[in-house]
Write a protein that binds this ligand. Structure first.
Ligand code: CAA
Ligand code: NAI
Length: 697
């Protein structure tokens, strides 16, 4: 195997090249190779050292797959200290992305250049970590405290030009990075420039109130998370201590984060997200169709958001509605959404105009004759959807992908009305579709591999995170959420109130509690979905007695100003309603349920373990390919706390024997879902879900 770090001499420059595909991560071999190369370079006759990378990018950070394994010398901070300590000047040249430890290498070098298209950043916070190789100490020394906090707490990479303006990069070259970097090295040498150590700089003075203010903001924005607060502590320490003590402080906090369950959860999600885009029986070389234009049918809540997602990615859209009035309605919402984004300063007015210009309204199917994919988003009525698919089959060109955004309907039955079920698929977006990152790709019985691969690629094109589901009622996400919502409703009848159920799950880390979510989505949505089911499939309907009464009284949730909560029309702030409390107590009485005090732990376990138990059933049936895919669905589609790693990872973390014990107890005492066979068998075999080899094994 070729060495991941090589050394060569070009004129007076000792050039170190890191070549460790795919992203030049700092694996143990790279750290060792870099240490050795720096030792060689500083010992020979060259006058200056240049560190650059081969392949698509500069170093994208530590090798995340090595975290959680026993540490192996040399540690990255030691290697970077060696770089900074070099008696010859060291230059780094960035292309692609210099992230995490990769950017910390750049900060440890003495002179820093980048090609214009490069980006740099410290995204460790997304992995439940902090920059642990001097980043929290060097960044504020170069860019100041506020910019440093922003970079590390947002985790967002910035462009080379911005990094230059912040003082993090010295030179930006339009192109020809290597040639320009070499010429710059010679220039520095000729000018007699020596090493410049960032660690010897002082942190620019700052009003220390910024730290408390940041912590206050984080208490909301990063609720429940450890790493962001540790980042603030480290930067604050940088303003108080010398570099060596600050670096020691940083290292201790880094270790605490690394060993925390939160970081394990977030690292799991990093790999799960990438794995979810892979389908086990779909070869890598499966051909992918080109998507250059999109048709959307139905310009309501979902169709409008989907159109925006496509236009935001530069794709032209034909949006088909029943008539001009419906189109007008749809466009006014789209325009409103764009102008809100513009008024918040997140989009330039001319970009909004350009995106809007990509969406063309029509009431004529002929406009869809040439599009590459059509996404149907009309009312949730199976017969209407079938009628539309018959029409699409007539008008769309051969090879066009015909997709439905249905939440619950049978994708195979819809595909069966066409002469090309192999070209049909479910593309299940989440509301608001222009914001939510998840896209459930629903693979029909007859969907071809090519169409599936194209749908996954399309998801990425429009910046969504794909997760593949087989066809079943509600697919992965909504099927699991049903028992979760049912438990929340039962808890109300047994003794809890909407605000106590919501608070327990909010404190667990959910973006919103289940009752508040129902109010936001509209109580009529679940009501109609239940009504559409055959009676034998509805389960114990008494669980929904309260919500049914509210809907029948016209309290549909936030949109009518009242549901479980009353909501302020201007601020949308929700307040508990004594009338609803009364209704809940009366309903318990009418159903003969004796109300009791219910602890938060029970509320959380009843709801979250019902998700887990249904997730197990989904896995054993092969509806989801892997536990990690379910975690991704819940992270990006349902506001599950990132630091808990998704419901299935969480189940492993609390221990499957405990989960099973509680699921059994809840089944016996409260008629909650029967324990899944997979859960029973994993516990019987003493296994974790992470050790499970899949349905085919
Ligand atoms: N370690 C290990 N593997 C990594 C990796 C890393 N840091 N970064 C990416 N990979 C792997 C991915 O898992 C993926 O593997 P598969 O092909 O097997 O799925 C492959 O590299 C390509 O990655 P992407 O699919 O994400 O490729 P992309 O082109 O869309 O994005 C990227 C490239 C922007 C570098 C993106 O991968 C990324 O953001 N990586 C993570 C960067 C990061 O978080 N760095 C900080 C690490 S922690 C650290 O450095 C701590 C410290 O202070 C010492
Ligand atoms: P909506 O009621 O907001 O919009 C539906 C639109 O379809 C209306 O604008 C209507 O005029 C149009 N329409 C009806 N018949 C049509 C026809 N024959 N031709 C062209 N347009 C027609 O509904 P919403 O919420 O956008 O839902 C659409 C689909 O998306 C449903 O299948 C729903 O289950 C699904 N979905 C909804 C989510 C949500 O949160 N609202 C989330 C995910 C999926």
């Amino acid at each position: 195997m070729s060495q991941p770090v090589s050394y060569r001499v070009v004129g007076n420059v000792g050039v170190i090249t890191i070549d460790n595909p795919p992203v030049n991560a700092f694996s143990h071999a790279v750290r060792t190779g870099l240490r050795d190369a720096v030792e060689t370079a500083t010992a020979d006759a060259t006058g200056i050292v240049l560190i650059a990378c081969a392949g698509r990018t500069f170093v994208a950070g530590a090798d995340i797959s090595e975290f959680g394994k026993p540490p192996a010398d040399p540690w990255l901070p030691e290697v970077l200290d060696l770089v900074e300590a070099s008696h010859k000047p060291v230059v780094t040249a960035v292309h692609g992305t210099a992230l995490g430890g990769g950017f910390e290498l750049v900060l440890a070098s003495h002179y820093r250049c980048a090609v214009a298209g490069a980006r740099v950043g410290l995204p460790e916070v997304h992995l439940g970590l902090l920059p642990g190789a001097g980043g929290t100490q060097r960044t504020p020394r170069l860019a100041g405290v506020e910019a440093a906090l922003d970079l590390m707490l947002s985790g967002k990479p910035i462009r080379a030009a911005e990094a230059e303006s912040l003082g993090l990069i010295d030179r930006v070259f339009e192109d020809n990075l290597e040639a320009n970097a070499l010429a710059w090295c010679e220039e520095l040498l000729a000018a007699g420039e020596g090493p410049r150590k960032v660690s010897e700089k002082t942190v620019p003075t700052v009003d220390t109130a910024v730290f408390e203010a940041t912590r206050k903001t984080l208490a909301k924005r990063a609720r429940g998370q450890l790493a962001p607060f540790k980042i603030v502590d480290c930067v604050e320490e940088a303003t108080r201590a010398d570099f060596a003590s600050g670096a020691e402080f940083e290292r201790e906090r880094f270790r605490e984060c690394l060993e925390s369950p939160q970081s394990a959860a977030m690292r799991h999600l990093f790999f799960a997200e990438r794995e979810a885009a892979k389908v086990s029986d779909l070869p890598k070389e499966t051909p992918v169709r080109e998507i250059r234009s999109v048709g959307i049918i139905g310009g309501g809540t979902m169709g409008g958001g989907i159109a925006m997602s496509c236009a935001n990615a530069g794709l032209p859209v034909h949006l088909l509605e029943v008539d001009a009035a419906a189109l007008e309605r749809g466009f006014s919402i789209i325009k409103g959404n764009y102008s809100t984004t513009v008024s918040k300063g997140r989009l330039k007015a001319q970009d909004a105009e350009q995106r809007l210009g990509l969406i063309e309204g029509t009431a004529d199917y002929a406009a869809l004759a040439d599009v590459d994919v059509v996404i149907e988003a009309v009312f949730e009525d199976p017969e209407l959807k079938k009628t539309i698919f018959r029409k699409l089959d007539e008008v769309c060109k051969p090879g066009a992908i015909l997709a439905t955004n249905t939440s619950y309907q049978d994708v195979d039955a819809i595909a069966a009305v066409t002469s090309r079920p192999e070209d049909c698929i479910g593309l299940h977006f989440f509301s608001p579709a222009n914001v939510m990152r998840l896209l459930e790709v629903v693979r029909g019985e007859k969907t071809s591999g090519e169409v599936l691969a194209t749908a996954i690629r399309f998801a990425k094109t429009i910046r969504k995170v794909p997760a593949v589901s087989r066809v079943c009622y509600g697919f992965i996400g909504n099927r699991m959420v049903n028992p979760y919502m049912r438990e929340a409703q039962k808890l109300l009848l047994e003794g809890a109130m909407p605000e106590t159920v919501d608070a327990a799950l909010f404190d667990f880390g959910m973006a919103m509690g289940p009752v508040a979510v129902s109010d936001l989505a509209g109580l009529d949505i679940g009501y109609k979905a239940r009504q559409a089911l055959p009676p034998e499939a509805r389960g114990d309907e008494t669980a929904f007695r309260v919500v049914d009464t509210l809907v029948e009284a016209g309290r549909l949730g936030q949109k009518t100003g009242a549901g479980f909560y009353t909501s302020d029309p201007a601020t949308r702030a929700a307040a508990p309603d004594p009338n609803v409390a009364k209704l809940i107590v009366e309903t318990s009485e009418a159903l003969g349920i004796e109300r009791r005090d219910i602890e938060d732990t029970e509320i959380v376990e009843r709801c979250v373990f019902s998700l887990v138990n249904e997730g197990m059933k989904i896995l054993e049936e092969g509806v989801a390919q892997r536990p990690g895919d379910i975690d991704i669905v819940y992270l990006y589609g349902y506001g599950f706390p990132v630091f808990r790693g998704g419901p299935m990872f969480y189940a492993d973390a609390v221990g499957l024997p405990h989960v099973l014990e509680r699921v059994r107890e809840f089944h016996e005492r409260f008629n909650s879902g029967e324990p899944a066979a997979l859960l029973e068998s994993l516990v019987a075999d003493g296994k974790r879900l992470a050790d499970w080899a899949g349905t085919d094994a």
